[in-house]
Design a protein around this ligand. Structure first.
Ligand SMILES: Nc1nc2c(ncn2[C@@H]2O[C@H](COP(=O)(O)OP(=O)(O)OP(=O)(O)O)[C@@H](O)[C@H]2O)c(=O)[nH]1
Ligand SMILES: [Mg+2]
Ligand SMILES: [Zn+2]
Length: 354
């Protein structure tokens, strides 16, 4: 059995289900510790023990096991790690995540963005970044992973027609999705997010580059994530954040900041998409034809009742969902990345022993 201090790990989001699963890991030596992956870089993995972050290596058999399952370590994962005689920290076991937020790259490869997340804050600027279709795509990936979405509209202090944009989204998005307009840099504004920031909660920030994710992380967690100005003219950011990382908030929650996503598709099948667009699904059941596509069929109850752009976006996301397929070449590329991490770790270990 593995020993751990629940109160200490609670600060980095430990919840009962994972704690329970950890007590079942009985093949480990008593020296193994439960920790959480806080960052994955090109050639190293950082893990957090609730107090400090440490650099860790992954045991080759575990790496091969995870690669075979196409389930690779991601920020937010819970792991069991143990120091060897030379002081190297080895990840020996991985706990199956309760939730995983994943996307599909344009090449079709599945990429897990974060594990064991309770809430996703979808950050979108009310400036030139404002794009309801993109927001619907984000909602689709989040709802497909059983994570609760909260929409945070940033730059409320500088954008035009904030009220009009809020109304537009309220009419278009499912009613159960909370929406807030804030200046991410002010504690007074972001205090509205308090209900999602309770002890043991994990949040992930998603949104385009320059939307204000790191600014929000800094305000909520008193962190010092670098933030950067937006390119003049098109309102786009410059990809200031380059890796996902975990931050502790004083409220007892923890936040995973992420780099802006460039291009991606939802890792959602037709059924989960229907759940995201549940207003369409509800109306579709009353269309005259069971297989109605809501384009030009007579007796359609959806067309006319649903925002036309929302309906077009739904069809586009459905088409995307149908062409998701990973080629063997892409799988090889994903594995090569992990072999690099493994090799760099082994080299560092050799240097230490020399
Ligand atoms: N006026 C105003 N500026 C903001 C707000 N939120 C963010 N900014 C500014 O927008 C710029 C980009 O913010 P970041 O927090 O770096 O954006 P990001 O989403 O982390 O971007 P990437 O790391 O590139 O993905 C910075 O100059 C921030 O000061 C806001 O609510 N109001
Ligand atoms: Mg950032
Ligand atoms: Zn129809």
């Amino acid at each position: 059995m593995i020993a751990f201090d629940f109160a200490q790990l609670r600060l980095i989001g430990l919840q009962q289900a994972i704690a329970g699963a950890a007590t079942q890991l009985d093949t480990l030596s008593p020296a193994a510790q439960l920790m959480r992956v806080s960052a994955v870089h090109r050639d190293s993995i950082l893990v957090h023990d609730g107090i400090l972050e440490h650099q860790a290596q992954i045991m080759p058999p575990l790496l091969h096991e995870l690669l075979a399952l196409d389930n690779i370590l991601t920020v937010g994962d819970w792991i069991a790690a143990e120091h060897d005689l030379h002081g190297t920290l080895w990840i020996r076991a991985h706990l199956s995540p309760a939730t995983q937020i994943a996307r599909r790259g344009n090449d079709g490869r599945r990429q897990v963005l974060a594990s064991n997340v309770d809430t996703a804050l979808l950050v979108m600027g009310l400036d030139a970044d404002f794009n309801p279709r993109r927001l619907e795509r984000y909602l689709a990936i989040v709802l497909a992973s059983q994570v609760s979405p909260v929409v945070v509209l940033s730059k409320a202090d500088v954008a035009d027609d904030v009220g009009g944009k809020l109304t537009q989204l309220k009419l278009r998005l499912p009613r159960h999705v909370p929406l807030f307009a804030v200046d991410t840099r002010h504690a007074y504004d972001v205090a509205i997010l308090e209900p999602w920031l309770g002890a043991g909660q994990t949040l992930v920030l998603l949104g385009s580059s320059g939307a204000g994710k790191s600014s929000l992380t800094n305000t909520l967690c008193a962190a010092d994530q670098p933030t950067n100005g937006v390119r003049h003219g098109d309102g786009r950011g410059r990809h200031t954040t380059t890796a996902r990382s975990l931050h502790l908030c004083s409220s007892g929650a923890c936040i995973i900041d992420t780099p802006g996503l460039r291009s991606w598709r939802a890792d959602a099948d037709a059924d989960t998409l229907a759940a995201t667009f549940d207003d369409i699904a509800a109306l579709a059941s009353t269309c005259k034809f069971r297989d109605c596509r809501h384009t030009s069929e007579p007796g359609c109850q959806v067309r006319g009742a649903i925002d036309a752009d929302r309906l077009r976006n739904y069809h586009k996301l459905l088409r995307d969902a149908q062409r998701i397929e990973v080629t063997p070449l892409e799988r090889i590329a994903a594995r090569a990345k992990w072999k690099t991490i493994l090799k760099a770790g082994l080299e560092r270990g050799k240097d230490k022993r020399r």
